[in-house]
Design a protein around this ligand. Structure first.
Ligand code: ATP
Ligand code: BTN
Length: 269
């Protein structure tokens, strides 16, 4: 069955996306699939086989979409942005969080330009709108002791999907169409996202600038948050800052500062 807001003229295909893309690195090679297990999985296979820096894998549907902490990532066919980008950055392994930072900034800016919405970043890897999750980012890396072989940055954006009232996700997730009240061109949004990623990738070495831009878009700074780990242990406090390597600085009620590595923890507002 066709999704209510699906339009055949708005498919993520090379024919529709590549004209006038005008990027330097990101999307110079683009693989589009109608249905695939996971774009991250395919991108990792391609990267292992030597695919160039900036290669993009996109899909109209994933049968095994994956989120952080081994969760499943849902999206009805032809409704969302589901893509993964292969990067081969000149970064030390400990600096790889900068790619996730760069991607979340690019998503926030693309949403603002194409749909006029003001979204915010929730550490470590989510983009929120109207206090609900609109985008998730999953960065997976292949490194040797000293060098980065490749990183795959997977981005899922909920676009034309009626999530209000959705049984499992309605309370925690939203989509662009829910926020804007009308369908948004996925092709335009995808092109803008690739251009923004391309632009930001060019200035990845500007550590202080990237950190500043990320903090400007961050939604939880100065707010009370709860850090939840797998073992259901929670740490409460005020989110004070983020280090240049992406660690969260949390101030607990006793005034102590905790440096938290994203690893297997989640932040709750
Ligand atoms: P994170 O660990 O990334 O910080 P979280 O622990 O704060 O996330 P939420 O982002 O609040 O968790 O929860 C979202 C849940 O819904 C996750 O389990 C996520 O995998 C799942 N999910 C599946 N598909 C979607 C989607 N399209 N949009 C939003 N959430 C989704
Ligand atoms: C998260 O919030 O936990 C991250 C979600 C990442 C989902 C995207 S959709 C495209 C890419 N392919 C995947 O299997 N996952 C990412």
């Amino acid at each position: 069955m066709r999704h209510a807001m699906e339009s055949p003229a708005d498919r993520i295909t090379a024919e529709l996306v590549l004209p006038n893309l005008q990027t330097r690195v990101v999307g110079k090679t683009l693989h589009c699939f109608d249905s695939i297990d996971s774009t991250n999985l395919r991108a990792k296979q391609l990267a292992g086989a030597g695919a160039p820096d900036g290669t993009v894998v996109a899909a109209e549907h994933q049968t095994g979409g994956r989120g952080r902490l081994s969760r499943a990532w849902e999206a009805p066919p032809h409704s969302c942005i589901l893509c993964s980008i292969i990067f081969r950055p000149a970064l030390q392994p400990e600096d790889l969080f900068r790619l996730t930072m760069m991607a979340s900034i690019a998503v926030v800016d693309a949403l603002q330009t194409v749909a006029g919405i003001r979204a915010g970043i929730k550490w470590p890897n989510d983009v929120y709108a109207d206090d609900k999750k609109i985008c998730g980012i999953l960065t997976e890396t292949e490194c040797t002791a000293q060098a980065v072989q490749y990183a795959v940055v997977g981005i899922g954006i909920n676009v034309n999907w009626h999530l209000k009232g959705h049984r499992e996700l309605g309370g925690i997730a939203t989509s662009l169409s829910d926020v804007c009240g009308s369908a948004i061109s996925r092709v335009k949004l995808f092109q803008k996202l690739l251009r923004r990623l391309d632009m930001r990738y060019g200035s990845l070495h500007d550590r202080a600038g990237l950190n500043r831009e990320w903090l400007q878009r961050c939604m939880h700074l100065g707010r009370p948050v709860r850090i939840v780990s797998d073992e259901r242990k929670a740490l409460e406090g005020i989110a004070r800052d983020i280090t240049e390597q992406g660690h969260l600085l949390l101030e607990s009620a006793d005034g102590r500062m905790h440096e938290i590595i994203c690893g297997d923890v989640s932040l709750r507002l």
